[in-house]
Design a protein around this ligand. Structure first.
Ligand SMILES: [Zn+2]
Length: 72
């Protein structure tokens, strides 16, 4: 059985070897994202919580028909 490794090309920008199936127009994925060829995956960072959150609001709210205490 022949095990063909994935063909590799050199990124046109940084010259690092990258898998051909991961390349975008001859660039590696990181360089393609830097060049705006593909959308970079955003890193979501939430702002620190300031003040009461939804858990506080739920604790203060009167129990409704769908409250967790009735469901248990
Ligand atoms: Zn590159």
């Amino acid at each position: 059985m022949i095990r063909a490794s994935s063909p590799r090309i050199r990124c046109a920008r940084c010259l690092r070897l990258t898998r051909r199936d991961n390349a975008v127009h001859g660039f590696g994925r990181d360089c393609a994202a830097r060049l705006g060829l593909i959308a970079p995956v955003p890193r979501v960072r939430a702002a620190p919580q300031d003040g009461p959150d939804l858990f506080d609001a739920a604790a203060e709210a009167p129990p409704g028909p769908l409250s967790a205490t009735e469901a248990a």
